[in-house]
Design a protein around this ligand. Structure first.
Ligand SMILES: [Zn+2]
Length: 209
């Protein structure tokens, strides 16, 4: 049995659950957890439906592979996200349809991409910054993720997809689901929604300051 195998099993279970409920498809997305000076991340070209504890990539905090299969091509931005948020122990990155659609909109507020219609989403994040477009694996992408992760535990990669972080994997995954559903709501309401006012949102987000 691998050390930390119970924690790695959490990635396997969470990934499968996200896949089965349509938040992930094909080989899209990646999940990591940090425990001490180790990071476990889903391997490159792996499906959320069929991960295993044995093949999960184990890295040090500099990205050096210690065990398991070759890690995701998007490992760089997981590591930079952890650097920006020392309290975070999990990162979830999806290509989920609606959040990705928000990231592809022509007109988008790069500082806070999603209008707020309901209180809980506003309460969970201080803002939804957008990372400018860079090709997958580009080191500039990691650098910009680090900048945005310092601002918020949720962000969008322009023309790519969402990233969420949490103290636990459960928290990061729940935030990813919440972001996807809020994005869906945005398109359902498109042009007809009554947003919460700036004052109402500021009041909800006050605990973050
Ligand atoms: Zn991606």
């Amino acid at each position: 049995m691998r050390p930390d195998s119970q924690r790695i099993q959490e990635i396997v279970d969470t990934a499968r659950s996200l896949y089965e409920r349509g938040y992930s498809f094909g080989t899209a997305g990646n999940i990591s957890i940090r425990t001490g000076d180790r990071v476990y991340i889903t391997p490159t070209n792996s499906s959320f439906a069929s991960l295993s504890v044995e093949t999960m990539s184990q890295l040090d905090l500099n990205g050096k592979l210690l065990a398991g299969n070759k890690p995701s091509k998007e490992t760089h931005f997981h590591l930079s996200a952890y650097r920006a948020r020392p309290e975070a122990c999990a990162v979830v990155h999806l290509h989920s349809t609606y959040a990705t659609a928000i990231a592809c909109l022509r007109d988008i507020d790069m500082k806070d991409a999603l209008p707020i219609f309901t209180p809980y989403f506003a309460m969970r994040i201080p803002s939804l910054p957008v990372v400018p477009y860079y090709p997958p694996g580009d080191l500039m992408l990691a650098q910009e993720v680090e900048r945005c992760a310092a601002i918020s535990p949720a962000m969008l990669l322009r023309n790519h997809g969402p990233i969420t972080m949490g103290k636990t994997l459960l928290e990061a995954a729940a935030l990813a689901e919440e972001l996807e559903e809020q994005s869906r709501l945005y398109f359902l309401l498109y042009g007809r929604g009554q947003q919460l006012t700036t004052t109402q949102v500021e009041e909800l987000r006050r605990p973050f300051r």
